[in-house]
Design a protein around this ligand. Structure first.
Ligand code: ARG
Length: 592
């Protein structure tokens, strides 16, 4: 790609000016998309940093680098701006050339030269509870990230950390023994499990004897009682069947589904290790990790301290309760240990609700005290996100105030999309309309969720997400169908294309935007922000639409290299839109 070719040449010029420059300093000299198109297409901001390190005048350094820089075949004379920025304006001929070779090799996004192993922990619903609307967030963001990292050539290990263990199973087992309705269980297992839990929970509040019985069943389960283990396993099996049907519809796959219970055998070892190394200690019968109150770590950066009435007080990480039970943190510590030993990842991403950010801060901190060497190999990152709100600005619920089940939401998306499709294309056969509605409906839900900055809350709106105009997936999917249709109707693109030509402004804008696909994916991966890709694709779709209006392709008077260039632009637009949407887990339809 052009930015890489330019980057190599800038680095070569830097090396010519500063023969003793280190490899690391040279690698920091990058050519990136211009933040403001008024300054050109690409820019290099690295010379100021380099000049500062070496106590040189940054403008002077920039001038010397530019003097050694031979890029006349790629861009207009390089402009030095401000304190030493380099701005590059690409020549249409250079863009056309790269476009032609990209079209031939289908290469907009070459695999990374430095592949890493990335573990992505996402979705992770709790057994015996339905997946609700909130799960679309972790599932959609996590899936987009796994697709994008894979597309870039990284080794991804996705792991669904199911909540399949915990004190709720005492109550669930009592419910199963005393109140199970087999017909209801057969019809909708998770709804029945949810009902059982509610019944027993209410009974526990009313009668301490029930609570005691639930505790007793929990202890039996923890000690390996075969009957209780069998009930518990059946609950997991039934829950997984329902989860899998949701994942199937959403097109989401995991490499592993190692639930919390998988780590049970390790937990006692984790606690004894932490005790032996002095990281944890006993406190009021429980075992916990306290702040070290070391001067190097300012209290406000210490996740194990909180300010109360002007003083810093402990919020220790609990790892074993007074009754011997283990905590969420204990399981998560064992999980990191397992992942490091088995997969040696460069990075573990936790795609989890922002309400758990405190948990992850203290988890990572405790883990690094437990295994101080690990930080140099593995980066632990919480990829947090905000809430989904209803029209009233409060968390999105049904009218009666219940949480919205994800299956119901997906069904409704398809029904609503079918109405739109039926209005627009009444002549299509019914099964085709249904299939388009599935693709459009589910795509719209995912896009709406991926589009906002992930930390922001957003307002759920059927009308907005299904609109055919504006920054929505139906709009982007529709531009895809227009672009592929041109290619289909053309009867094929001549293969020996030779050099393309981009005389029209709308052509060059579209071409440059296409070339930025790979860099956009890299930016998404760096910051774990799929919204960058949504915005890129929306921009691409609208740029294509403007091109399509300004530049006819299949009119008889459009011939030769003009026709070929425009066809290539349509074909590449279709390809990048399809691949880009696929990176977001969104399908396309050839007809809409
Ligand atoms: N099951 C948890 C919940 O529903 C999410 C788990 C996230 N992953 C983790 N390793 N803690 O809140």
């Amino acid at each position: 790609m052009l930015h890489l070719i330019l980057q190599e040449r800038v680095q070569a010029a830097v090396q010519a000016v500063l023969p003793d420059v280190t490899a690391a300093a040279l690698a920091s000299v990058q050519v990136l998309p211009a933040t403001d198109p008024r300054f050109g297409d690409l820019q290099c901001n690295a010379l100021m940093g380099l000049a500062k390190q070496r106590r040189l005048n940054p403008r002077q350094l920039a001038t010397e680098v530019v003097a050694r820089l031979d890029v006349a075949d790629l861009c207009a004379p390089v402009e030095i701006a401000g304190a030493g920025f380099l701005n590059f304006r690409l020549l249409p001929a250079a863009v056309a050339h790269v476009l032609g070779s990209a079209a031939a090799a289908q290469l907009f996004c070459p695999p990374t030269a430095t592949p890493r192993t990335v573990v992505i922990d996402f979705s992770s619903p709790n057994v015996a509870k339905p997946m609700h609307v909130g799960h679309i967030r972790s599932t959609g963001i996590g899936d987009a990230l796994q697709r994008i990292f894979r597309r870039l050539g990284h080794r991804v290990i996705s792991d669904n950390h199911l909540g399949d263990w915990g004190t709720q199973f005492g109550k669930l087992i009592i419910g199963w023994q005393r109140h199970l309705d087999p017909a209801a269980l057969a019809a909708d297992p998770i709804a029945e499990l949810e009902r059982l839990y509610k019944v027993v929970n209410a009974a526990c509040d009313a009668d301490p004897a029930v609570l005691e019985a639930a505790r007793h069943e929990l202890v039996k389960l923890q000690q390996g009682d075969p009957a209780n283990l069998a009930i518990w396993q059946e609950m997991i099996r039934l829950s997984k069947v329902q989860f899998d049907s949701v994942y199937g519809r959403l097109g989401v796959r995991f490499d592993h589904t190692l639930g919390e219970s998988f780590y049970n055998p390790q937990l006692a070892g984790v606690v004894s290790d932490l005790l032996a190394s002095g990281v944890a200690r006993e406190s009021a019968g429980a075992i916990a990790v306290f702040s070290e109150r070391r001067p190097e770590l300012p209290p406000k950066e210490d996740p194990l301290l909180v300010q109360k009435d002007g003083e810093w007080v402990d919020v220790p990480a609990l790892i074993q309760k007074g009754d011997g039970g283990f905590n969420y943190t204990t399981t998560d510590l064992a999980t990191i240990d397992y992942r490091l030993k088995n997969w040696a990842p460069a990075e573990i991403l936790y795609v989890v609700d922002d309400r758990q950010s405190g948990h992850f801060r203290s988890l990572f901190h405790v883990f690094h005290r437990w295994q101080p060497g690990a930080a140099t190999h593995t980066r632990l990152r919480h990829i947090g996100f905000g809430k989904i709100l209803g029209d009233d600005g409060k968390p999105f619920k049904t009218r009666s105030g219940d949480t919205i089940r994800l299956v119901d939401l997906m069904d409704e998306a398809e029904v609503r999309a079918l109405k739109v499709v039926t209005e627009k294309r009444p002549e299509l056969p019914e099964p085709q309309k249904v299939e388009i509605a599935r693709i459009v409906g589910l795509g719209a839900v995912k896009w709406q969720d991926l589009l906002p900055n992930r930390e922001s809350d957003y307002q759920f709106s059927w009308d907005k997400m299904l609109a055919l105009q504006g920054n929505t997936s139906p709009y982007v999917q529709y531009q895809y169908t227009r672009a592929t249709k041109v290619v289909r109707d053309s009867g094929g693109i001549p293969t020996a294309t030779g050099d393309l030509e981009l005389p029209h402004a709308a052509e060059i804008v579209l071409a440059k935007h296409l070339l930025a696909f790979g860099q956009t994916l890299e930016k998404v991966a760096e910051e774990c922000r799929p919204n960058f890709l949504c915005n890129y694709l929306y921009e691409l779709a609208s740029t294509f639409s403007r091109f399509y209006e300004a530049c006819p392709v299949l009119k008889p008077e459009i011939i030769g290299v003009t026709r070929t260039t425009r066809l290539v632009l349509c074909q590449l637009t279709a390809q990048v839109l399809r691949e880009g949407l696929d990176c977001l887990g969104i399908e396309v339809s050839e007809v809409m």
